[in-house]
Write a protein that binds this ligand. Structure first.
Ligand code: UDP
Ligand code: MG
Length: 341
C-alpha cells in the first residue's frame, strides 16, 4: 500500500453545521501543502444530528474523504484514537471539527517540522477567542498543576491540534490504554517535539461539546494517567496528622498534670470530622485509580466502527472494524490472547 503524504484526522460530535466549511478549508489547505496526495479522515462519534449524513454526502463527491461512523458516542479522545488508528498518511494533522484551529496553518507547521527536523509540531494557544473566563482559568490552572505533578513534560496550553510523522504516530498507537489523554501520550512518546504558537479562534457554529462533567473526567484521566502523586498524598497527610496528634497528646498530658479541665465535645467532634473527611477523600482518590485499573483489566477494544464511507486504508489495531462483507478484523490483543501467547 502506498501511503498518502498527509492524513488530516478530525473527530466530530454533532458538528453538522461545521462539516461543509471544514471540508472545504481542509481540502484547500491540504492541496496547498501536498497537492493531491492526501486523505481527510472524519470520525462521526455517535452524533445525534445529521453529521453522518453530511459526511456520506461529502464522501460521495470527494474520493479523498474517508468517513468513519462509530457505533456510538465513544468520547473525543477515543474518537480521535479511531481516526489515528485508521488513517494511513506519512504525516498526520490532528484538528478539531469546529474550526477553532485554522487548517491554513498546515503549511507553516510543515515548514517548522522540516526546518527543525521534528517529529511532532504541537500548536500552543497564545489566545483563546470566544471561550469563557471560567474555561480559560481552569485550563490555565490545570495544565500548570499537571506539569508539577507529572514526570512527563506535557506542554502547557496545548490541545490536540498538531502535526506528527508516521513514526511518532506508530509509537503513539503502541500505547494500548483505555483512559487516553492524547496530548500527554504523544508527549510521552518523545522524539523531537517543537511548539508552534497560534491564536485560537471562536467556534464556527454550535457549542462546546465539553460540559463541566466531561472536563472533570478528562482532567482526572490526565492526572491518573500521568502521575501517582495523589496516591502519595495519603502518606503526607498521615504524617501531618501524626504530628498533630502528638501535640494533642502533649496538651492532654499537661492538662492532666495540672488538673485543668479539658473541654470534651468540641475537640472530639473536630477530630472525628477532620479524620472522617480526610479518610473519605483519600479513599476516593484511591478509588479513581482502582476504577481505572478495573476498566483497563477488561481489555475491551477502544472503539467500534459501524460503517465507513470512502477508502479506509489503516488497520483497526486498537478497535474493531466491521467490514462490509460482515467479517470482523480482530485487534492484535485479542488474537494474542486467543492463541494463548
Ligand atoms: N468531540 C467528539 N466527541 C465528543 C465530544 C467532542 O468527537 O464526545 C469532538 C468535537 O466534535 C470537536 C472536538 O472533539 O471536533 C473538540 O470538542 P469541542 O470543540 O466541543 O471542545 P472545546 O474546543 O470546547 O474544548
Ligand atoms: Mg472546540
Amino acid at each position: 500500500m502506498k501511503r498518502p503524504k498527509l492524513s488530516v484526522v478530525v473527530p466530530c460530535y454533532n458538528e453538522e453545521a461545521c462539516l461543509e466549511l471544514l471540508h472545504g478549508r481542509i481540502s484547500a489547505a491540504a492541496h496547498a501543502a501536498v497537492g493531491e496526495d492526501y486523505e481527510i479522515v472524519l470520525i462521526n462519534d455517535g452524533s445525534r444530528d445529521a453529521s453522518w449524513k453530511v459526511m456520506q454526502r461529502l464522501s460521495e463527491a470527494d474520493p479523498r474523504l474517508v468517513a468513519i461512523n462509530l457505533s456510538r458516542n465513544h468520547g473525543h479522545q477515543l474518537a480521535l484514537t479511531a481516526g489515528l488508528d485508521l488513517c494511513s498518511g506519512e504525516e498526520i494533522l490532528i484538528i478539531d471539527a469546529d474550526l477553532q484551529d485554522p487548517p491554513e496553518l498546515l503549511t507553516d507547521m510543515r515548514a517548522a517540522m522540516k526546518s527543525q527536523g521534528a517529529d511532532v509540531v504541537y500548536a500552543v494557544r497564545r489566545k483563546r477567542d470566544g471561550e469563557t473566563i471560567f474555561k480559560k482559568l481552569t485550563a490555565a490552572f490545570f495544565y500548570r498543576m499537571l506539569d508539577r505533578i507529572t514526570d512527563t513534560p506535557i506542554p502547557l496550553d496545548t490541545g490536540d491540534f498538531r502535526l506528527m510523522t508516521r513514526r511518532a504516530l506508530d509509537a503513539f498507537l503502541s500505547l494500548p490504554e483505555q483512559a487516553r489523554f492524547i496530548r500527554g501520550m504523544v508527549a510521552w512518546v518523545g522524539f523531537k517535539q517543537v511548539p508552534f504558537p497560534y491564536d485560537r479562534h471562536e467556534r464556527h457554529a454550535g457549542e462546546s461539546k465539553y460540559p463541566l462533567g466531561k472536563m472533570i473526567r478528562f482532567a482526572l484521566d490526565a492526572i491518573t494517567g500521568f502521575s501517582t502523586a495523589p496516591l502519595r498524598f495519603a502518606s503526607h497527610v498521615g504524617l501531618l496528622l501524626t504530628g498533630a496528634s502528638a501535640l494533642l497528646v502533649l496538651y492532654i498530658l499537661i492538662g492532666w498534670l495540672f488538673g485543668a479541665a479539658i473541654p470534651g465535645w468540641t475537640s472530639l467532634m473536630l477530630v472525628v470530622v477532620v479524620l472522617g473527611a480526610v479518610q473519605m477523600f483519600v479513599l476516593g482518590m484511591i478509588g479513581e485509580y482502582l476504577g481505572r485499573l478495573y476498566v483497563e483489566s477488561k481489555r475491551r477494544p477502544l472503539y467500534l466502527v459501524a460503517d465507513v464511507a470512502g477508502p479506509v486504508r489503516g488497520h483497526a489495531s486498537l478497535g474493531y472494524r466491521f467490514e462490509d462483507s460482515g467479517e470482523v478484523s480482530v485487534s492484535p490483543q485479542t488474537v494474542r490472547s486467543e492463541t494463548g501467547q
